[in-house]
Design a protein around this ligand. Structure first.
Ligand code: BTN
Length: 251
């Protein structure tokens, strides 16, 4: 009923009017479903963001979706999947005429405000992956945000675009499928990394890197072929940061 043109992603779709979190549900069923199964909900009452934060997911306001993948890669390689998601979101939006940027590793921003976030979670053993759940949240129709996020959040509609959630989701899934197959089947990461670099909100800029209680001001200079962020640290030394370990602040 969604008329998706993808052959892997969304072949099986589990749809909820209301759910706790599509990521939680995806993790529960991951073992028993095919790769590419997606969970979509109109509303999440326990939507989760990174770092244990709450993710505001009001009914009908946005895209709240989780994609279940079963890539034959090592757990340490899985952070690349987040880069694929980011690249797919930016490229998908661009196809619909919306310019956005990636705030590495997992935020998509428009006019310096967050419009979309990615929460990648793994079911893994020490040296193998059982599944990867890629959760994507995008504020599409949202007009009012809670007070605590108001100044930092935006939606597709607030930025002046009248787009339907399904049209955006289709574009994202198409891009995702292409980049993901290229990675898995051909071990080709170049297009994804090109998109991440060309649409980076932070390359060339100074940012704060938060890791535990530590806060450092660094300059971002590049993204590696594995999706790591290259920075010049406070001692003027080059360093590579792996997504999942750090959080980035503009000021
Ligand atoms: C972040 O920016 O912190 C990540 C936000 C991820 C939100 C999505 S919405 C669908 C999926 N289910 C969840 O509970 N979270 C992700």
């Amino acid at each position: 009923k969604y008329n998706l043109s993808t052959s892997l992603l969304g072949k099986e779709i589990v749809y909820f009017d209301s759910i706790g979190s599509t990521n939680d549900y995806a993790k529960e069923i991951a073992k028993d479903v095919k790769e590419g199964t997606i969970i979509i909900a109109e509303e999440q009452v326990k939507g989760r963001g990174r770092m244990g934060k709450y993710w505001h997911s009001i009914k009908g306001d946005g895209i709240w979706v989780s994609i279940i993948l079963k890539p034959d890669i090592y757990p340490y390689e899985a952070s690349f999947i987040t880069q694929i998601a980011g690249a797919s979101i930016v490229k998908g939006l661009k196809k619909l005429g919306v310019d956005s940027l990636i705030k590495w590793p997992n935020d998509i921003i428009i006019n310096n405000k967050k419009v979309s976030g990615i929460l990648t979670e793994l079911g893994a053993e020490i040296d193998r992956i059982n599944y990867v759940v890629v959760g994507i949240g995008m504020n599409v129709k949202t007009i009012d945000f809670p007070e605590n996020v108001k100044s930092m959040a935006t939606s597709i509609r607030k930025e002046g675009y009248n787009l339907e959630r399904i049209d955006i989701l289709k574009e994202i899934l198409e891009e995702f499928e292409r980049l993901y197959s290229n990675y898995i089947e051909n071990k080709d990461k170049t297009e994804c990394i090109e998109i991440c670099k060309q649409n980076s909100a932070i390359i060339g800029k100074y940012v704060y890197v938060l890791k535990g209680d530590e806060k450092r001001k660094v300059k971002c200079i590049d993204i590696t072929e594995n999706g790591n962020l290259v920075i010049i640290n406070d001692n003027n030394v080059k360093e590579e940061l792996i997504s999942g370990e750090v959080s980035i602040r503009g000021d």
